[in-house]
Design a protein around this ligand. Sequence first.
Ligand SMILES: [Zn+2]
Length: 181
Amino acid sequence: MDLAWTDFLNSLVRDWRGRGQAEDQLGRVDWQAAFLAKWGFAAPVPAAAEDLAAGRRLRGVLLDLAERVAAGRGVDGDGLASLNAFMAAAPVQRRLVPQEDGGYRLDVGAASGGWTAVLGEVAAACAQTLAEMDPSRIRLCANPDCRWAFYDDTRNGGKRFCEPSTCGNLMRVRRFRRRRA
Ligand SMILES: [Zn+2]
């Protein structure tokens, strides 16, 4: 299951076959546009250099956090402080919206646009996973060359790979070869 923050984290695409190449898609205009559209955010494309720098900082925070939590350790003080700082930089606004059936809906959204707001929402999505979902379901693909981040929403919580047909298969083949060697 994709969440806004795992999707953001996965903008750093590693070569799952282990050729050691990684592609940073965060700076790509097509990645930025697709990410904003997918999660309903609004911000200028292309992102400014300082927004990209902040985005890469946040991605580093999220990766460290995901690695810790996926390994069964808690979020450390630095991780908490960084996540809180990204959220504090992007104030939210509550809005009461009347509904057609006579009821009301409470909307909570960024008080301003731009990448600062987007990064705040991404940080908030991560905070929400830790606070309101099951943090023990946060995973990084068990292929050490891949490390794709995802939230395991399978019933038994046994999903270890981003894709069974790619990374799962590759790891199976490697295990088989090791046994034969
Ligand atoms: Zn993978």
